[in-house]
Design a protein around this ligand. Structure first.
Ligand code: NAD
Ligand code: MG
Length: 337
């Protein structure tokens, strides 16, 4: 239908493993681009019925891999190493391509791909829902792509053709490598997007409530209104935010922002980056996952129990426009990290 630059994958059998946020969007977009897609899912797993209802042939991962010229691994990152060992490594055709949307397992050597296959990466810079909606609108979400291993001489063309099939070519394709994608993705989610922002909000909330201000008022000031600011960032960067806030807010930003996020914060950001680069973070996280997530559960509970969450629950119940289906957050935020 929308085939663009797709001679490379024109006749290829594409197997997509995983039908979550990314998997579903990739499968639907590639199919609408005229490519041949089958899904490899756990029999009667949670997404099997959904994929069948969307009209796909659904096989087990082993069956899907056997026949595939390109295998896209779109399961959660922490199950990919086992999936590779059990379903992919013994069954992939020589000369086929193995594709990831995040470089974690290859970069940190949890997966050492067979020497006779291409290994590539294509990651849309947006959540699956947006990747699909933009495609349907005749547009696309920019994609980054990379080649880790090229045995066919076609690895680059295959990555680009896949990105075009997703609609990414209608927007922009940016070349990266597995190291850059993995390290910057982890840094972003840890230092700024998930870790940085939630700690900033909690500290702001604590500062106001410890000073005697009402928690409801503090919630609106340091959490709720964050959306207005982030939307402005998203649409037009810091420039647009500055255009839309008052002169008083701007002046306060200029004089107080650097007192909060100062050189010492940047120094600690560098140390977080260092732990990512030297593998410390990956080693700790893999160990934590294998131990059954004891600390993860404790950290998570502390976030859920924070007073900003208690007051937030009550306040959001009175904002009916926020009552979204919790399984499907509206567009942008699903695992935006
Ligand atoms: P997800 O959690 O939304 O979906 C994962 C899918 O894998 C589900 O269909 C689940 O049923 C299936 N699955 C789980 N365990 C499985 C197993 N053992 N065997 C087979 N299938 C299994 O995941 P996602 O967010 O789409 O992430 C997939 C990949 O895309 C990851 O590598 C992630 O880092 C990357 N990525 C995600 C985003 C994003 O915005 N969500 C953006 C870029 C890259
Ligand atoms: Mg991330």
């Amino acid at each position: 239908m929308h085939a663009t630059n797709n001679n490379t994958l024109g006749k290829a059998h594409i197997a997509i493993l995983g039908y979550g946020s990314q998997g579903r969007a990739h499968a639907l977009n590639l199919r609408d681009s005229g490519l041949h897609v089958v899904l490899g899912l756990r029999r009667n797993g949670p997404s099997w019925q959904r994929a069948v209802a969307d009209g796909f042939s659904v096989l087990t991962p082993i069956e899907a891999v056997r026949d595939a010229d390109l295998v896209a691994v779109l399961t959660p990152d922490m199950v990919q190493a086992t999936l590779y060992k059990e379903a992919i490594e013994p069954n992939m055709k020589s000369g086929a391509a193995l594709l990831f949307a995040h470089g974690f397992n290859v970069h940190f050597k949890q997966i050492t791909p067979r020497q006779d296959i291409d290994v590539i990466l294509v990651a849309p810079k947006g959540p699956g829902a947006l990747v699909r909606i933009e495609y349907e609108r005749g547009r696309g979400v920019p994609c980054i792509w990379a080649v880790h291993q090229d045995v066919s001489g076609q690895a680059k063309a295959r990555a680009q053709a896949y990105a075009h099939g997703l609609g990414g070519g209608r927007a922009m394709l940016i070349r990266t490598d597995f190291k850059e994608e993995t390290e910057t993705d982890l840094f972003g989610e840890q230092a700024v997007l998930c870790g940085g922002v939630s700690s900033l909000v909690q500290a702001g909330f604590e500062t106001l409530t410890e000073a005697g201000y009402q928690p409801e008022i503090a919630y609106y000031e340091v959490l709720h209104e964050l959306k207005l600011i982030v939307d402005l960032f998203y649409e037009g960067g810091i420039t647009r935010m500055l255009e839309f806030v008052s002169e008083t807010a701007q002046y306060g930003d200029y004089v107080s922002g650097p007192r909060i996020i100062d050189e010492s914060v940047k120094k600690r950001m560098k140390s977080v980056l260092n732990d990512i680069q030297d593998g410390t973070f990956a080693r700790n996280w893999i160990g934590e996952y294998q131990a059954g997530l004891p600390n993860y559960q404790r950290y998570k509970q502390a976030d859920l129990d924070h007073p900003v969450e208690q007051v937030g629950k009550r306040l959001r119940a009175r904002m009916p426009w926020l009552q979204v289906d919790s399984a499907e957050p509206a567009e942008a935020l699903k695992k935006a990290g």
